[in-house]
Write a protein that binds this ligand. Structure first.
Ligand code: KG4
Ligand code: ZN
Length: 353
């Protein structure tokens, strides 16, 4: 049975404030999404002077920006009334993330849910990143091939997470492996700091790496000698620090060599997971999925070893934090009955997928 719903999404887990309106259609087990509105207010300029995200400042910014962004969705009383009419449910990130930042989005979402008397759908931020792979700038009918064919193998790479996950159906996750220490995004950010690069470290380091030689320095590829699907990135960051104390390599060479080591580890473990679990779809999700060398290496490895597997990657616009991905995952949850009275929803800074 085909059915269409409209979901209002809210995201405030870290340093991006987001609201979005997504129309989702279910056709059997397939979902198609149309992003009607997607507003992101990035707090990067605010946090840059501190060299990283200051949680208290982030929460205050969310509290100021979220009502403004919601107002942009519908400015006039008439527009608000029509928005209220069209929205079927409110989807909000409840975790993982910074606790006070999450609280702002959650309380705003709960208020709308209570006042409008609309169902509330709590969404795991990482689930949002996974479903971002099904979003496109265009109307769904123009991108019919973005779909999950199960099993789906997902490599999640963000500022706080590095995980390989297997989905046998929608909204179902089996953790295959994860980092034992730092997340890969954290390693990018910390290495960028060693190189005196401004926050946010990941994209700035990657830009610098474009002019460097990735073979200049042989940094360790941690845990590739181990027969598991886990990662470790704290040793890589330490190796960079030690190298910089002993040598005066060009910063661009350090950046490129670091990036090559991080990318190779991620892609190699994904290859092993794909060989073991034989997915029909493979995807990358999370902020670090914006990294171009990672995208290219992931695609190349999959095409070479598993040409029959469909490879997805999120549009760049939906790769870093945004509310459209929360609305999309929220829509799938809503279709499957996962609503929760707003009174019963609590922030969870470290939920499992
Ligand atoms: O998903 P995200 O926006 O926030 C979290 O959920 O954590 O991911 C942020 C992380 C940061 O560590 C940032 O440095 C990294 O993603 N990142 C990148 C790139 N763009 C963002 N890392 C490497 N290359 C990039 N182009
Ligand atoms: Zn994120």
């Amino acid at each position: 049975m085909k059915k269409t719903v409209t979901i209002l999404g809210i995201e405030s887990s870290c340093d991006e404030t987001g609201v979005a309106l997504v129309r989702a259609t279910r056709n059997g087990q397939a979902y198609a999404f149309e992003v009607l509105k997607n507003f992101v207010y990035t707090q990067i300029p605010t946090h840059r002077k501190h060299g990283g995200v200051v949680p208290e400042v982030a929460a205050r910014e969310h509290a100021i920006r979220l009502p403004q962004l919601l107002d942009e969705l519908a400015a006039t009383p008439k527009a608000k009334a029509s928005l209220k009419k069209s929205v079927d449910a409110i989807a909000v990130t409840y975790g993982p993330g910074l606790i006070t930042s999450l609280l702002v989005g959650l309380e705003v979402g709960k208020t709308i849910s209570a006042v409008w008397q609309k169902p509330f759908v709590p969404v795991n931020h990482l689930e949002g990143h996974i479903y971002a792979n099904l979003l496109s700038n265009n109307a769904p009918r123009r991108t019919p091939n973005k779909n999950f064919v199960f099993p789906v193998l997902a490599l999640i790479v963000s500022g706080a997470h590095t995980e390989l996950v297997l989905m046998k159906k929608h909204l179902s996750y089996k953790l295959l492996g994860s980092t034992r220490d730092d997340a890969v995004g954290e390693a990018f950010d910390k290495t960028a700091k060693l190189l005196n690069l401004p926050y946010p470290g990941g994209p700035v380091l990657s830009k610098l790496a474009e002019t460097g030689n990735a073979r200049a320095i042989k940094f360790p590829r941690a845990m590739l000698d181990q027969d598991n699907l886990d990662f470790s990135f704290s040793g890589l960051k330490t190796a960079v620090a030690i190298h910089m104390q002993k040598h005066s390599s060009k910063p661009a060479d350090v950046a490129a060599s670091f990036e090559a080591a991080a990318v190779e580890t991620l892609v190699e473990k994904t290859a092993r997971a794909a060989a073991r679990y034989k997915p029909h779809t493979a995807l990358i999700a999370g902020g670090v999925a914006a990294n171009i060398p990672l995208r290219k290496a992931f695609q190349r490895m999959m095409q070479k070893n598993f040409p029959e597997v469909t490879v997805l990657e999120p549009d760049l616009k939906f790769t870093t934090d945004n509310a459209a991905m929360i609305a999309a995952a929220g829509a799938v949850r809503f279709f499957n009955g996962y609503t929760k009275p707003w009174q019963k929803v609590e922030v969870d800074p470290r939920p499992r997928l």
